[in-house]
Design a protein around this ligand. Structure first.
Ligand SMILES: C[S@@+](CC[C@H](N)C(=O)[O-])C[C@H]1O[C@@H](n2cnc3c(N)ncnc32)[C@H](O)[C@@H]1O
Length: 296
């Protein structure tokens, strides 16, 4: 008999034998239903994700949503996301759109908190393009993914635990998502893990003091810079502007960062002691930096 069923029968028997306990058990069961009702089978806060999905459904499918963004979702987001990618091209010193597209063709990219129109959908081709979002199935089921997403592989997962191999990405993109996630530090650590040595992180986040259940982690400029650099990234370029996505934000932070190449440190003191001083004369311990070495 499954454990859950056995436990229920045990409670039922306890209630029959001690009717006074019935009230307590019922109250506990009610509390359990309330708690479980807010967490779905993947451990996600159900209300938050229902609200997020509802927002996109409204934006993509209703005339009010289209009015809000000034046109059809696919066209407007296609244009916005292309602009964001063009900015990456500028930062990389790629001199034309053709040069950007050619660069993308050689990159393996992972986008976290991708939403239904990710930045990766705005390039004609990548070596490999993966979009990670806890709502991936919802976006697909509701028919919210535009045609441009046909060349993108969606994975349903939180950015805190991405089921992809370490070092698999040349580029990780995360736009307007760090303030939405449950644990920004864990997401930045995942970005670093996914990137190969020398790989790039392209980040966009609203600057805001407003906190709510949809945006549990508002970022100031210093907080986002601190998060990224203490997460082990090297700043290549960043900027702040007064553009923003959320009405309660006061600006926008954009950063291009690099996962530093690993430095191999070899402690040779033991070897020196063994080879140059066979009688056991101790050499001062020292280590050798062999410079940048690619790691996975
Ligand atoms: C404001 S939308 C941004 C979508 C897209 N990046 C864009 O700029 O249009 C935030 C996205 O973050 C996703 N999200 C929420 N919690 C997340 C988490 N823990 N890990 C990864 N993505 C998450 C939401 O499902 C949603 O798709």
């Amino acid at each position: 008999m499954p454990g859950g069923m056995r436990e229920r029968l045990r409670l039922l028997a306890a209630r029959l034998m001690k009717p006074g306990l019935a009230g307590i058990h019922e109250r506990l069961e009610r509390m359990e239903r309330v708690v479980l009702g807010r967490i779905d089978r993947l451990g996600r806060p159900a209300e938050k994700y229902e609200e997020e999905l509802g927002f996109w459904r409204w934006l993509v499918k209703t005339p009010e949503g289209r009015k809000k963004i000034g046109g059809a979702f696919e066209e407007v987001f296609g244009r916005w996301q292309r602009q964001r990618l063009l900015e990456l091209g500028e930062r990389l010193g790629l001199e034309s759109e053709a040069a950007l597209d050619a660069w993308c063709e050689g990159q393996s990219v992972v986008e976290i908190g991708a939403g239904p129109y990710p930045a990766v959908a705005a390039a004609p081709a990548w070596r490999r393009a993966v979009a990670v979002d806890p709502l991936a199935s919802g976006y697909a089921r509701e028919g919210l993914l535009p045609e441009a997403c046909d060349r993108v592989t969606y994975i349903e997962a939180p950015g805190e635990a991405v089921p992809l191999a370490s070092g698999c990405a040349d580029l990780v993109i995360i736009e307007n998502a760090l303030d939405h996630v449950a644990d920004p530090e864990a997401v930045v650590a995942e970005c670093r893990r996914l990137l190969r040595s020398g790989g790039l992180l392209w980040v966009l986040v609203d600057l805001s003091e407003h906190r709510d259940h949809m945006h549990p982690h508002p970022f100031s400029e210093s907080r986002i810079r601190g998060l990224l650099t203490s997460g082990g990234f090297e700043m290549m370029h960043d900027r702040v502007s007064d553009h923003k996505s959320h009405p309660k934000a006061y600006g926008e932070y954009r950063g291009l960062l690099k996962k530093p190449a690993a430095q191999l440190r070899v402690d040779v003191s033991a070897a020196i002691t063994r080879t140059s001083h066979p009688e056991g004369v101790t050499a001062a311990p020292h280590s050798v930096h062999t410079g940048d070495v690619p790691t996975g």
